[in-house]
Write a new protein. Structure first.
Length: 239
């Protein structure tokens, strides 16, 4: 197993998975460290208390919810134990490493690289053959262009996202209209790289604004009670 490749693949998946929150990621990293300690065994056993301590999760219900979510979303397989003296079993999913060459198995990419550098009469076919101890690195996948700019494909995508987050569709229309007029740029003129993150921040600020501007019902009820008088009074009693 390639530690760096596994970890990079996991972080890449985290970036595009909107279902995750920081607690999920913290628990996954604690499990990944346990997996690493077991030399990337196919299956290994874990202790809930140790994992909660490592991931800084203080609630048992939060721990069980997160590990169940990670199981349902394909990050791992979770086999809970009913034996208090035996930990639960974990089988980590291998993310994004299917292109790793496997010993004894035919790999077309490896064959292409070998063919590229096969010597003919002592000379390499490719003019960029490594010399002077340089590492042999394939450039087959290095030309892939990564688009980091993430903008909505239309106003309907924005509205669907707001509804998914239990928000009013009209608020989604306001958000789309606001940033559409700005050409999807921030206030300092930089292109928005992840509109979903900006939309989530918009929702948080809207909820905070609504909370701060709610009428104080408790105070109003107290004033009303102070002005309330009884109808049956004995005016014959001295003041």
């Amino acid at each position: 197993m390639n530690y760096i490749k596994l970890l990079n693949a996991a972080f890449e998946k985290f970036f595009f998975d909107d279902r995750l929150n920081p607690t999920h990621i913290s628990l996954y990293m604690a499990l990944f460290q346990e997996w690493n300690s077991s030399r990337f065994a196919d299956e290994f056993y874990v202790n809930r208390r140790d994992l909660m301590l490592a991931s800084k999760i203080g609630s048992k219900s939060t721990y069980h919810r997160c590990v169940t979510d990670l199981d349902a979303w394909g990050y791992l397989s979770y086999f809970p134990s009913n034996n208090p003296y035996k930990g639960s079993k974990i089988k980590m999913s291998i993310i994004g490493t299917s292109d790793e060459p496997d010993m004894g198995r035919y790999n077309p990419i490896s064959e292409q690289v070998a063919e590229q550098y096969r010597p003919i009469n002592g000379q390499a076919v490719d003019s960029h053959r490594p010399i002077g101890g340089q590492a042999l690195v394939s450039t087959i996948n290095n030309t892939k262009q990564v688009n980091n700019i993430k903008q909505p494909k239309g106003w309907q995508a924005v509205i669907d996202f707001f509804i998914e987050k239990s928000f009013n569709a009209d608020e989604g229309k306001k958000f789309f209209a606001h940033y559409e007029t700005r050409n999807w740029q921030t206030s300092d003129g930089k292109a928005i790289r992840d509109w979903r993150a900006v939309a989530t921040n918009w929702m948080d600020r809207t909820e905070l604004f609504d909370e701060e501007n709610k009428p104080n019902k408790k105070q109003a009820s107290q004033i009303k009670d102070n002005l309330r008088t009884t109808k049956n009074k004995d005016y014959g009693q001295p003041l």
